[in-house]
Design a binder for this molecule. Structure first.
Ligand code: SAH
Ligand code: F3S
Length: 481
């Protein structure tokens, strides 16, 4: 999911169209993964019905909500700093301001938050947003309020999110919540609970609605999308107990992709994230069959060492992963593949690290997101393994693979030189107001002179130049598709 994270500005203040008659002001900002940004849109929708319009000015907010991330220690530190900022604003400018913490840190720290951070009035976990109106009533009466109950059912499928800070072209659609994979380094199963899937009907309705409102490119979101399974509701792990009819009419991820692709044949459909152990070839074949399903798979590998993969509880080997890559490339030769990699997982030796390097050389990812291991309290690795790779070593290993990835990205980007690609225009280029910026189906960013085109147009672009990560070209006309 990190690809998408980086496209969102972390901590961006979210603004939404204002609802008439709403008197109170909400300042809401999000950190972390795409799911958090998507959840904030659900929260804004709930708050709009409670009389809140959004504002970008902290100084005038009646309520500040910060949607938080726990994935690495650094993410938590960022939020702590924001709380200090709210504290200063409250003290100096806005004594009536109330502050609520949402998301993964709320879930992880629970009441500790109220004790540790005096500024916090409200703590709400990722499955409890529908309780916000009740919690807010408590806060209005001067009491702290908290709900961090994780749910077996909640998917927010019935809430239509308000699109915050949207370019009007791309949107996220949540399809699963939680994760059952229990990778030993990861806090997500603890903060977002057990895995459950959203009713396909409500997903399709959201996709149709987005198309009708002008959106052209959606990303189906989940911690582990390939494990999507709808059989009438309930946890993924309880599927075995479902009735024969429920089983026969169940919808898995490749089926869901087909339903979405067929519902809106012109809508670009993306998804994130795929765990290699759950990505099946029928998904890849479905991608190949439907033109509007984008040829990009974000396929985090985390490590190239079989021993480390096992310690991480990633349920595949290096060889199986390479086999999967071969199959993807056989079925979809131009499919972009991106990675997440962690260096410095406990006990990682130089030889283990070199296995990661050689795996990268084998795959040659289009792009990727690389991290130093950050011990998370409560996880299996946090409890049972010593964080024993020295910081200096972690840093050096990270730099090595970041450099290697840059070389691979450049090789992959150069393959497009001279070709014509279909670009959906998303926004003005950051570097020049005379250029548009958009993405190809492979998620490669492409910039080109604006000409007669508009945001939301599908344009064929001839690639004439590139940097390591960006295609540079000239529009040759609207794409007929
Ligand atoms: N469910 C998704 C995303 C999980 S978090 C997936 O399976 O990919 C996104 C990325 O953060 C992970 O892929 C991993 O590379 C990184 N990450 C997670 N926990 C981490 C930790 N404790 N330290 C460093 N990186 C971590
Ligand atoms: Fe985390 Fe592994 Fe799930 S990285 S979100 S436990 S797939």
């Amino acid at each position: 999911m990190e690809k998408i994270i980086d496209e969102n500005k972390q901590g961006e203040t979210l603004v939404v169209e204002q609802k008439e008659g709403n008197k109170r002001k909400l300042f809401i900002e999000s950190y972390g993964c795409a799911m958090n940004f998507s959840d904030s849109e659900i929260v804004a929708s709930i708050m709009a019905n409670q009389g809140f319009n959004t504002t970008q000015k902290l100084e005038e907010a009646d309520l500040v909500l910060v949607n938080t991330c726990s994935i690495r220690d650094k993410a938590e530190q960022t939020v702590r700093k924001r709380l200090q900022k709210y504290n200063a604003v409250k003290r100096d400018h806005n004594p009536k301001m109330k502050v609520g913490v949402l998301g993964c840190m709320a879930e992880r720290l629970k009441t500790k938050f109220l004790e540790e951070e005096k500024i916090v009035d409200l703590v709400v976990g990722p499955d409890a947003y529908k309780d916000l109106p009740n919690l807010l009533a408590e806060v209005d009466e001067g009491r702290d309020a908290i709900n961090v109950i994780l749910s077996k059912e909640e998917t927010y499928g019935d809430i239509s999110p308000v699109r915050l800070n949207s370019n009007g072209v791309t949107a996220f659609v949540s399809i699963t919540r939680g994760c059952d994979n229990m990778c030993t380094f990861c806090v997500v199963p603890f903060t977002r609970g057990r895995e459950r899937s959203r009713d396909p009907q409500s997903i399709i309705e959201e996709v149709n609605d987005l198309w009708n409102r002008g959106y052209k490119d959606i990303t189906l979101l989940g911690q582990n999308v390939d494990s999507y399974l709808w059989y009438g509701g309930g946890l993924k792990k309880d599927f075995e107990k479902a009735s024969p009819i429920q089983k026969a009419t169940s919808v898995n991820f490749s089926k869901l992709l087909q339903l979405c692709a067929k519902a809106q044949p012109k809508m670009r459909i993306r998804f994130s994230t795929s765990n290699p152990q759950d990505l099946t070839l029928d998904v890849v074949e479905t991608m190949a069959k439907y033109n509007n399903i984008c040829n990009h798979i974000h396929l985090p590998v985390q490590s190239g060492s079989n021993r480390i993969l096992k310690e991480m509880n990633r349920l595949h080997t290096r060889e199986e992963y390479m086999g999967l890559i071969d199959n993807i490339r056989r079925i979809i030769p131009n499919c972009a593949i991106s990675q997440d990699i962690i260096v410095g997982f406990p006990t990682e030796t130089e030889a283990d690290f070199q296995d990661t390097v050689s795996l990268m050389a084998y795959v040659k990812y289009n792009f990727g997101y690389m991290y130093k291991y950050s011990e998370r309290p409560g996880t299996m690795a946090g409890r049972n393994m010593k964080d024993d790779v020295p910081e200096e070593t972690k840093k050096r290993r990270l730099q090595d693979i970041v450099d290697l990835q840059r070389i691979h990205s450049e090789i992959k980007t150069k393959e497009w030189l001279g070709k014509t690609v279909e670009v959906l225009i998303e926004k003005q280029s950051k570097k020049s107001d005379a250029q548009w910026s958009g993405r190809t189906p492979q998620s490669i960013v492409c910039v080109f002179p604006k000409g007669i085109y508009e945001v939301g147009d599908f344009v064929n672009v001839k690639v004439t130049d590139c940097t390591s990560a960006t295609l540079i070209g000239e529009a040759v006309g609207l794409s007929p598709s």
